[in-house]
Design a protein around this ligand. Structure first.
Ligand SMILES: Nc1ncnc2c1ncn2[C@@H]1O[C@H](COP(=O)(O)OP(=O)(O)O)[C@@H](O)[C@H]1O
Ligand SMILES: [Mg+2]
Length: 395
């Protein structure tokens, strides 16, 4: 502003000077004092003109400096813009990189989980192998399945005879005696127990508990071979450990064979109606596995004589069991499906947990078989004979 005012003031003086100059005659010749003062006046005017020109130059120079300053500012602004663009681009690159790392991390985690699962599976199989080997060694030490252990046989002094080869004495063998509870004294209970004896006495199969005899007078009792353990005890072992697949399949095949025998009894099939892990008894087999025998004919009956509503344990019972008219051998197949879930998961297959347990079964063919057994439509469940074949194919 000050520079502008100074400029206009200078311009005004300069125009006055031009007025003085132009008022002089062009051909005026210097004469004595007046002509001398005129030349002085002209020199002064010229000097002022030069000053003015320098001033203009300075102004032009100032203007150029200001222009350059403005250019510099514009350039700086452009540089800053470029810098901001570069930062934004860097930010975008970093975002993309972060996203890429996040995706990569997720992929690695999924892979790590997969590997962990595979490792656990390998360890489980290794463990199963060790268990099978240990059992094989134990079985070898124990001897064949028909071996009677020392503490199961008691020799008496009562001699029956003496041959050239050996002496024959009366012996007491450890057997199981199923004795009717003392308070169940009504005829109805005695009849039921009698029916259980009848069924037990009629059947004979390597996978059915062997019936030895029964006491009818006094306290009624059914005598059967002694079995060291049951499937219920095996699946309930703590700490919980899964059964090796070979054992699951071999026990399942034994049970399916027993059912096949009962369901094909002639002329009338027998339906067990109470198949459960407590009613499958086990004895170690020479190969390190188990020999399974179906027991407890308390609810078993010939198909033609069925009258009971909802027989057996509700956990294993087929949906149609509320109606005796709908009860067929296929209700045992339903119970067999529940038993498979229990055996594979080593967990109690309560109806409300069954779906969850089935989700944990990582053997697609077995799972498919279980689903077939648990079909609500009993006609679509497999027969016991088909079960034997299907299970064999999985071995
Ligand atoms: N022969 C046996 N050897 C060893 N334990 C047996 C024998 N029979 C039955 N048991 C055991 O006794 C339990 C009850 O026998 P069970 O015949 O099933 O009776 P219930 O008809 O009352 O269910 C079985 O779950 C099993 O643990
Ligand atoms: Mg029982």
């Amino acid at each position: 502003m000050a520079a502008k005012f100074f400029l206009s003031f200078r311009r005004a003086n300069y125009s006055q000077l031009r007025t003085v100059e132009s008022s002089l005659p062009a051909n005026a010749t210097p004469r004595s004092t007046s002509s001398l003062s005129l030349s002085t006046e002209r020199d002064r005017a010229l000097g002022e003109k030069r000053v003015m020109e320098r001033e203009r130059d300075r102004e032009r120079e100032e203007k150029r400096v200001m222009e350059r300053e403005r250019d510099r500012e514009r350039e700086e602004k452009r540089v800053m813009e470029r810098e901001r663009d570069r930062e934004r681009e860097e930010k975008r690159v970093m975002e993309r990189e972060r996203e890429r790392v996040r995706v990569e991390l997720q992929r690695c985690q999924a892979r790590a989980n997969q590997l962990q699962e595979r490792l656990e599976e390998v360890e489980r199989r290794e463990h199963e192998k060790v268990v099978v080997q240990e059992q094989a060694i134990a079985a070898e030490q124990r001897g064949p399945s028909w071996e009677v252990m020392e503490d199961e046989l008691e020799e008496t002094e009562e001699e029956l005879g003496c041959g050239g080869w050996a002496k024959v004495k009366v012996a007491k063998l450890k057997v199981a005696a199923k004795c009717l509870h003392g308070q169940l004294i009504y005829d109805y209970h005695r009849q039921l127990f009698r029916r259980e004896m009848d069924v037990a006495a009629r059947v004979s199969h390597p996978n059915l508990l062997r019936f030895l005899g029964a006491r009818l007078e006094g306290g009624m009792a059914i005598l059967t071979e002694f079995m060291p353990t049951s499937l219920r005890a095996l699946v309930n072992r703590r700490p919980r450990q899964r059964l090796p697949l070979e054992h699951v399949l071999s026990i399942a095949i034994d049970v399916a064979r027993a059912l096949n025998y009962l369901h094909n009894m002639s002329p009338d099939p027998i339906i067990h109606r109470d198949l459960s892990s407590a009613n499958v008894l086990l004895q170690p087999s020479p190969d390190g596995g188990w020999l399974a025998k179906v027991s407890d004919y308390g609810t078993a009956n010939f198909q033609s004589q069925l009258q009971t509503v909802n027989p057996g344990s509700p956990v294993y019972t087929a949906p149609e069991s509320h109606d005796p008219a709908l009860q067929t051998p296929k209700m045992d197949i339903y119970s067999f499906g529940v038993l498979l879930v229990e055996m594979y998961t080593c967990d109690f297959p309560a109806p409300e947990r069954r779906a969850e347990l089935m989700e944990s079964i990582d053997h697609p063919r077995l799972l498919n078989l279980i689903r077939q057994c648990l079909n609500v439509d009993r006609d679509r469940r497999p027969t016991a004979a088909q079960l034997v074949d299907l299970l064999h194919a999985m071995q």
